[in-house]
Ligand binder design. Structure first.
Ligand SMILES: Cc1ncc(COP(=O)(O)O)c(C=O)c1O
Length: 386
């Protein structure tokens, strides 16, 4: 079979998604599991591994209080509770964000107020705050998404002026720097996820962190029902610890490989990377977000393109659905037109991180797949029946 036939049309795949497994095979993770097994403490509700992870996160983040919990989604809900969002309160967030964040606002009795994201990177745009704020606003919920960076100084300045609290969701960006500071530590309270595909993975899990004593106390009280109601286990804590120890080094590799990829892929090719304005920053690449331009691919649409790339072993997929398009208008307040969120809904395409750690071979793999799919875009489009 000719090498030029795309895998999605029956050709030999260039590679496989299994070439880049996650979480990674790691002796340190295996040793951590063995250690907890041997200690016999893996049945404990809260033991030495949870304590150690809490202290290591405190040190890494420079935060006095860390509460481990069972997911990033639970962490966002706890953070909202920590800043006292309740019945009738409004929370401002980007119309392009993780669906669970919208649900978390509703879960605590609040109303999501959706603002248009920034055109350059489809992340939260602080310039929208002025039009969004009302006498019901209690908090701002900001996520750094897909290699995008939100200029947190602007968010914090606005929040302080208006007496609002900021929840900073760094689920996708552990270890990223925003204007010289750790992502997640700008807000009054920050959030990590240890979900299965995340840069720090425990299969499931999360953490909430803050330097504000009363916020920490509210979160702790909400979790304590005799036992912790949203716990992270000893085994989960144990496997996160060695990953945290190498996170900065891994982030450097990921950033280097994204840079190498961008030497070859640009707007003219139909994929343009999200652009950040904040200086002295380094994004987190849990996903690498691109704007997809259908015209560059002979009408092959984003979903078909990502499916064809996945068949070649490149983990591209459509981004999130924008929140105003998947929820009843009764459940949120929209601020102005959400044109950038409409675009993000239709054009965001994201590359999952595991391949980046394979280094330059991944760049070569990506480019071969890209050229093949682009060269055969017309055939793929008709072959997939559009
Ligand atoms: C920005 C963001 N926030 C929160 C979450 C929720 O994390 P979890 O899957 O651990 O509940 C995710 C998950 O992908 C996310 O991307």
């Amino acid at each position: 079979m000719s090498n030029d036939i795309p895998a999605i049309l029956g050709g030999e795949p260039i590679g496989s998604l299994d070439d880049f497994p996650w979480p990674p095979a790691s002796d340190a993770i295996r040793e951590a599991l063995d250690r907890v097994y041997r200690s016999g403490d893996w049945g404990r509700y809260h033991g030495a591994e949870c304590d150690a992870l809490e202290s290591e996160l405190q040190e890494y983040l420079g935060c006095q209080y860390v509460e481990l919990c069972c997911s990033g989604t639970a962490a966002v809900e706890l953070a909202l509770r920590g800043v006292k969002v309740g019945q009738g309160d409004e929370v401002i967030l980007s119309a392009y964000d993780f669906k669970g964040n919208f649900a978390d606002v509703l879960a605590v009795g609040g109303t999501p107020v959706l603002v248009d994201p920034l055109a350059a990177n489809w992340n939260f745009d602080p310039k929208r705050l002025e039009d969004a704020v009302s006498d019901k606003t209690k908090a701002i919920l900001v996520s750094h998404l897909h290699g995008g960076i939100v200029p947190m100084q602007q968010v914090m300045d606005f929040a302080v002026t208006h007496g609002l609290k900021v929840v900073e969701d760094a689920a996708q960006t552990p270890g990223a720097r925003i204007s010289g500071r750790q992502a997640g530590t700008w807000g009054h309270v920050g959030v990590y996820s240890f979900g299965g595909s995340k840069l720090l993975s425990a299969g499931r899990g999360g953490a909430v962190f803050t330097n504000d004593g009363p916020i920490a106390q509210r979160i702790r009280l909400h979790c304590q029902r005799g036992n912790h109601a949203y716990p992270l286990s000893e085994l989960q804590s144990a496997v996160v610890r060695p990953q945290l120890a190498v996170l900065d080094g891994m982030n450097e590799i990921r950033a280097k490989i994204v840079k190498a990829l961008l030497l070859h892929i640009s707007e003219a090719d139909g994929l343009s990377i999200l652009k950040n304005e904040a200086s002295d920053s380094s994004p987190g690449y849990y996903k690498v977000g691109f704007k997809f331009c259908v015209e560059a691919f002979c009408g092959l649409d984003r979903d078909q393109f990502s499916e064809a790339m996945r068949a070649e072993g490149i983990a591209l997929s459509p981004g999130f659905r924008s929140l105003h398009r998947i929820h009843s208008t009764k459940r949120f307040r929209a601020v102005g037109e959400l044109k950038n969120a409409d675009e993000a809904d239709e054009r965001m395409i994201v590359l999952s991180h595991p391949g980046l750690l394979a280094g330059i071979v991944f760049v070569e793999h990506f480019l071969r797949a890209f050229e093949r799919i682009k060269g055969e875009a017309e055939r793929i489009r008709s072959g997939l029946g559009s």
